[in-house]
Structures are given as C-alpha cells and as structure tokens.
Design a protein around this ligand. Structure first.
Ligand code: ADP
Length: 549
C-alpha cells in the first residue's frame, strides 16, 4: 500500500468516528445531524479517492471516480444546510428547493451521463487523469456557490452571537476554510486544467474540516467527555477488528474475526448506552440538587422569619397574661372582698387557664431563642431547694383544684447548691410539675431532691401516679413536637414543646434529663441531673470530716 493510501485510510477512520460521534451525541436543536451527514460524505469522498488510486482496471475505476464527485457535491449541500440549522435560523425552508434541485440534478448527471465526469485514462507519466464533460464548470460553480453561501451565513450570525458562540463559529470557519479552499483548488480547479498532482490532498485535508467542527460542536458539553471517551474506545475497537477481518486470508480467520466484530459491536452499543444513561442520570440529579438547595435556603429563611414572629408575638402576650393571672389570683385571695362560690369557680378556671398559657408562652419564647441561637445562660450560684419550693408554691393552687397531692422531700444533705441559670432551671421544674399535673388524673406527685456525692451530682425527680409512658415512646418524648397518643385523651392543651425545652436547658447546663416509667397507667418519674457546685461540695466534705474527728 502506498503512503498516500495509508494516510487516506487513517483519515477515513478518523472522519468516520467523528461523524458517528456527532451523530450519536447530536441534540436536535443545533443541526449537528447535517454536519454529521456532511462528515459521512467526506468519508465516502476519502474512500473513493482511495479506490481511485488503487484500482487499475479502467472499466471499474469509473465507479469510484463518479462517487468522488457525487460525495463532493453532497458535502457542500449538507454543509450549507448545516450553516442554516447550526445558526438556528429557520429560513432554510425558503432555500430548500433552490438547493435540493441543483444537487439532485448534478448527482443524476454525474451518475447517468458523461456531461460532468466522462472517463479516466492513463497519461504518459503513468498517472490516472479524469476527463470532464461540458457541464463540469457548472458543477464547480455550484459547489463554490454553496460554500460561499455557507460562509456568508456564518458571517451573518457571527455578528449577532455571544462570545462563546463566536468562538465556536471561528473554529468552524477556520477549520473548514482551509479544507474547503484546498478541495476547491486541488480537486476542482487544477484537475480541470489537467493537473492531478495534488488530487489526493483535498480528501486528506478533510480531517481538519471534520475535527475542528466536531470539536466546536462537542466542546461545550463537557459532561459528555465520559461518553465520548467510551465511544472513541469502542469505535477504535470496531475499526481495528474490521481491519483484521478484512485482512484475514483464511476462512477460519475471517469467521473468528467476523464473530469477534459482531460481539464487540453488540457489547459496544450496550456499553455506550449505559454510559449515556449514567451521565444523563447524573445531570438530572445535579439539576434536582440545585433545586433542592434553593428550596432549602428558602425554607431556612422562612423558618427564621417564623422564629422571629413567634418571639415577638410571645413577648406581646406575656404582659397581658401576667395581668390576667395576677388579678385572678387577687380576686381568689379575697383582696376585692368576699367572692361567691359560683364566681370563685369561674375565676379559678381563668386562673388555671392563664397559668397554662404562661407556661406555654414561656415555652414558645424559649423555642424561638433556641432556634435563633439566642439561648444564653446567666449562671449564678443557686440553691435548687429554693427554686423547687417556689415553683411548688406557685403550682399549689392548680394541684389543689384538681384534687392531687403534691409533696416535696429531700435526702437530708443540704444545701443543694449548683451554678445554673436560675430562671431557666425554674422553667424546667415548672414544665415537669405542670406535666405531672396534666397527665395525672388522680393520686399524687412527689418531688424529691437528692445527691450523688461520689459523682458530685444533684438529682431532681418528679414522680407521679398518672397515665405512665409506653417503654418505646419514652426516649422520643424529649424531641420537638412529640406527644404520646394518650396525651390527647387526658390533656388536649399542649404542643409537645415542654420536654424539648427541658432537655435543651438541661443539656445546656451539661446535665441530663430522662424519664422512667413502668408502662402505661403505672405513673412516671422524670429526672434532671445537674452538677453540684464543687466549692460547696468540697466545703461540706471538709465539715463532715471535721465532725468525725
Ligand atoms: P405537651 O405536654 O405540651 O404535650 P411535653 O413536651 O411537655 O409536651 O410532653 C410531651 C409528651 O410527653 C406529652 O404529650 C405526653 O405524652 C408525655 N408526657 C410528658 N409528661 C408526662 C407525664 N408526667 N406522664 C405521662 N406522660 C407524660
């Protein structure tokens, strides 16, 4: 095989692969299909040139020769169509007839007459020359016209496009310009004057034509690099095995290579399809993720707005509520004179309701503080016994009203000093006692204060004889907005925030809060464990030690 034919084989393979790449990866919009058709025609042109050079029989050589000119005019026709579609101008319809008719006529004339391509003969130098018919200049003119027209289209659009598209257009014009120019000169004009020295150069240079444009079309789809790599690999395999199949001499070899070819084609198609699918899925997921993160941002904003709103609303509610509660308790105490029992009952209800609301509003305020990250602890040395006694005194009326017994005891190891935010711990105890009242239809509530001296902890426990808690439910109750099913039956008021706040405050103090219950109907005990003030505990130890001396 001579060197030029070897080059033509390579050019053919590259053009074929690129044309197929574009064909497979085309998106309907940018007319890549017309370019891939133009590229397929270049492969035919290159192949025809290969056979024109190889075939020596002057009768059969007319077939590749005529094919040279058929593919030539088709390249220019598809390129012109591409110049319209790629530029997303729909005006092509107007030119459909003017373009298709001359192309069709020329193809018919080439194949069925000798008006354009007449015959091939050997000249003195031993080279093959083509003899043209009288219509050949028209053929050359039409082809030149098509290319000029295409470039005119590119130029028109170039002016209106953005930078990215301008770059792509420049690539196409630069890449195709050189090949088109050399094709017209070496394969249309020179041969007309009998010069066939560089007849082969046009087909060889189509490699630039195809590769520049392919790059311009495929470049912007960076994601598809993976697909393109897979396709290139597969196509290379196909071509390699095809060449082997062609070159094999024995029937056995042909059979093996043929089978191999079929297998790789089928497997290759599956491989490419699966990679395309994977890439598409990934693109889809990326899109979804973008949407999701936008939605998430929006939700966070809304959540912040909500917390601010709750905080403002709760502040506004607090003072009127305190007034209602205060005046109700004054009426009940008889400050405004003796109260008849029927009125007393009504005011008592007002007092109870306002008390629950006070707890709730305080919960909301705390929630919005937690959510806005504004929960601050003002720590001070506090006697927990004092705190508990005050809360109990406050709740005494409520307990009495529902007919429960509320007792308080300690393990007789005073004082119970801890460094805490007194107001917040008071809220914790209030919430727990409030819950005990709410979820205990009858019986008693025992609040107890004890110490674990070895671990330096103070434990507050609030035990009731109420509805109890399901074993499975117990750990979940401290989460936001969680309520057990039974809660609604016993006490409808409640948002499921109380225990969440208890937990947030206690853990904020590096303490622990938990619940123990034997199960439904068997009462429950809530525990809060806080650090004992180390200085106090040390002082107590010293004093106790002194006593034993
Ligand atoms: P709320 O009382 O507003 O529903 P909490 O967070 O204070 O919210 O309590 C969450 C849930 O825990 C309650 O709905 C109830 O099911 C359960 N619970 C709390 N305290 C007790 C208790 N002492 N006995 C039984 N169940 C309780």
């Amino acid at each position: 095989m001579d060197i030029i034919n070897a080059i033509l084989t390579i050019v053919f393979s590259v053009n074929f692969v690129l044309a197929t790449l574009i064909f497979i990866n085309r998106k309907n919009s940018n007319g890549s299909i017309y370019f891939s058709l133009a590229a397929y025609c270049t492969t035919v042109w290159v192949l025809s040139m290969f056979f024109f050079r190889k075939v020596d029989n002057l009768d059969t050589i007319i077939i590749p020769t005529k094919l040279l000119y058929v593919s030539g005019i088709l390249i220019s026709t598809f390129f012109l169509r591409f110049s319209y579609a790629f530029l997303s101008k729909n005006t092509y319809r107007l030119f459909f007839v003017p373009i298709t008719i001359p192309t069709a006529l020329l193809v018919i004339l080439i194949i069925f007459s000798s008006l354009i391509v007449d015959s091939v003969t050997y000249v003195a130098s031993g080279e093959k020359n083509v003899f043209f018919g009288t219509a050949y200049p028209i053929y050359g003119f039409v082809m030149l016209l098509y290319f000029l027209w295409s470039y005119f289209n590119f130029y028109k659009t170039y002016k209106t496009e953005n930078t990215e598209n301008k770059y792509r257009l420049s690539l196409i014009v630069a890449g195709t310009g050189l090949s088109v120019f050399s094709g017209l000169v070496f394969d249309i004009i020179f041969p007309y004057f009998g010069n066939f020295d560089l007849y082969w150069l046009g087909p060889v240079l189509t490699i630039i034509f195809v590769s520049f444009t392919a790059y311009a079309i495929l470049k912007h789809k960076l994601f598809n690099v993976k697909i393109i790599a897979t396709e290139l690999l597969t196509f290379s395999l196909w071509i390699l095995i095809s060449i082997r199949a062609f070159l094999s001499t024995t029937f056995e070899d042909q059979l093996i290579n043929g089978g191999l070819l079929i297998a790789t084609v089928i497997l290759g198609i599956f491989l490419i399809r699966s990679v395309i699918k994977e890439v598409e899925t990934r693109e889809e997921i990326e899109m979804l993720a973008k949407d999701l993160s936008a939605a998430n941002e929006r939700l966070k904003e809304l959540d912040k707005l909500k917390s601010e709103f709750v905080s403002i609303a709760s502040h506004q509610l607090r003072s009127p509520l305190t007034a209602i509660k205060g005046y109700a308790s004054l009426v009940l105490d008889g400050t405004y004179g003796k109260v008849p029992p029927s009125i007393k009952e009504a005011v008592d209800k007002m007092y109870q309701a306002s008390q629950s609301l006070v707890v709730m509003v305080e919960d909301f305020l705390n929630i919005s503080r937690i959510e806005q990250g504004r929960m601050r602890f003002e720590l001070e040395l506090t006697d927990l016994e004092d705190v508990i006694k005050k809360v109990i005194a406050e709740q005494a009326l409520s307990v009495e009203r529902v007919g429960l017994k509320l007792s308080f005891s300690t393990d007789q190891q005073p004082p119970y000093m801890s460094v805490v935010d007194t107001g917040k711990i008071r809220q914790v105890v209030t919430n727990l006692i409030d819950n005990a009242i709410k979820y205990t239809p009858s019986g008693s509530i025992s609040v107890r204060l004890s110490k674990n001296t070895t671990r330096g902890k103070i434990i507050i426990s609030i035990a009731d004889t109420g509805i109890g808690i399901d074993k499975e439910m117990a750990p979940t109750l401290f989460a936001k907005f969680t309520r057990a099913k039974e809660a609604n039956k016993v006490n409808v008021i409640g948002a499921g925030l109380g225990l969440y706040i208890v937990k947030e405050i206690v853990t904020g103090h590096h303490g622990r809060a938990w619940v123990e219950s034997e199960g439904k109907g068997k009462g429950s005990t809530f525990f809060v464990e806080l650090d004992e003030d180390p200085v106090t505990s040390h002082a107590i130890k010293v004093a106790n030690f002194a006593k034993t001396m």
